[in-house]
Design a protein around this ligand. Sequence first.
Ligand SMILES: Nc1ncnc2c1ncn2[C@@H]1O[C@H](COP(=O)(O)OP(=O)(O)OP(=O)(O)O)[C@@H](O)[C@H]1O
Length: 606
Amino acid sequence: MSDDGGASGVRPLRALLRQARPHRLALAGSLLLALAASGSGLVQPLVARNVLDALADGTAVAGPLVLLGVLVVAGAVLTGLQSWWQQRTSEQVVRSIRRDLVFRLVRLKIPELDRRPPGDLVARVTSDSALVQNAATQGLVMISNGLLTVLGAVVLMGTVHLGLLGVTLGVLCGTGAVLGLVLPRIREAVARAQRSVGAVGAALDRSLGAARTVKANGAEARETARAEAAVQEAYEAGLTGAKYVALVQVLSGVAIQAAFLAVLGVGGALVAAGDLDASQLIAFLLYVFYLASPIASLLGGLGMLQQGLGAVVRIEQVRNLPAEDDVDLPEDAAAHTTGSAAPPVEFDAVHFAYPGRGPALRGVAFTVPGGTRTALVGLSGAGKTTMFALLQRFYEPDAGAIRIGGRDIAGMSRAEVRRRIAYVEQESPVMAGTLRENLRYAATGASDEAIADVLRLTRLDALVARLPDGLDTEVGNRGVALSGGERQRLAIARALLREPDVLLLDEATAQLDASNEQALREAVDQAARRCTVVLIAHRLSTVTDAEQIIVLQDGGIRAAGSHEELVGADALYRELAASQMLVPATDEGAPPGPGSVAGAGLHPTG
Ligand SMILES: Nc1ncnc2c1ncn2[C@@H]1O[C@H](COP(=O)(O)OP(=O)(O)OP(=O)(O)O)[C@@H](O)[C@H]1O
């Protein structure tokens, strides 16, 4: 994902203001409190001047003194109140940014997820959002408050002495010009640092997601180096940003000092010439010092804003990624329990290519009659899993149509399509959580009897009986606390529990021993009475009795028929069957392998 796009210019600012907009009332409240606190500080020099004048004139000093005390206390209370209110608003802003990002990321289209490292996406929710949080709340309030307070002070200083005001503004404007050069650098540095933070997340995600592979290959050092490069980059970008932030602070200090000295010099000369009262000069100098705080606030806010602008681009990118907007439709809630017979599934001249790749499916056309089993077989990479992905609308066909029950799935919401289908994936089919949570994942209302039923069908009942916590046993991250075969059976049990219209099994028997495989075949046969089953199998033994077997090659259908028909009619199928010892080898010269008689090797161990 390119992160540079729009890192400068007005677009990030607009995006940042958009994040702040829903909280504008709370922000206005925060600003009002800040202004009230500043205001109470602003009039303090005036009251102090009254005290000085009263002392000089020998008039009553108590009144101005009490007023001064009240202003000091009010200023402190308002400052505390403003701080709390602002933190609260800022937490609300980051909560809504994170909610929004989580909502979108969970619904991101599969092609987008194929291209983006999850660790980087996670960093956008956790880290970038925090930078935007500060900029969209504290930053904006500090800028507005600083600006308004400086303006107020300028007006009051003008009432004291216009010439001295001119001197002050001259110094401040000079500093402002330098700042204009420094501030954009903060934004660039932050954008670079955040990209690197994303890269750290991506590197860690890669290593931790394949921890066993990393350890088994002794690749810890290489994986560490990958993350280390990004950590170093983030450090360097962070340092660059810190240098510019420090420079801004120095500039704000220097500006006030320079203004003070200039006013002291010019004002001292005026007092000496008798053109200015000493009390006027003191009041003016107090204002100059008073300016230090709003100017620091203004510059601090601008710095924060720049940091937020560096991060908001990365958040905007996620907001603009295509998401599936039809997976939450309430009217689909009851769509899958149509009560009708198992629907036919039809591929009609389906063409599909993954982005930037050659065709994965070339005009695939076949029909699975409702309530029957169809097996997809073919060499690795032939396009079998791709067909399942299209059936669930993870991707859209480039041409052609896929129909369930005679309806084009492109015209159904994804929610409906997916509610009608249960899918057992080839890999990682189990989620962290308990066995019960996994079973109920898509059938939240499943009864205990229904659960007991599918456990028996998939022969998980013995496992559950053995576990001390039974169904409440935690299965660990991606189900690591289960064996491969147990994971497979759990995924199948979960799919059956949904009572789908269409059941998709991808290599579902790959990890099962002969006895469990037999049990699963029985379960699938039972399911096939209620639903339409499409299964992918490399082990032909599991599909020899399917009503239809489709042989795929290079994204096209090469042959279709029953096991017996295909053994007779298709050389590739015969070869596959022979290699799995389901039929004798066709090469007459080759010695027949053990158990190579048709039907004798229905449960090969390979
Ligand atoms: N997400 C993807 N992005 C790009 N290309 C992909 C993607 N998934 C699969 N492919 C490519 O599409 C082709 C078909 O892959 P597919 O996974 O459908 O094959 P398959 O028949 O299921 O193979 P296997 O039996 O090995 O699982 C392959 O050439 C593969 O490299």
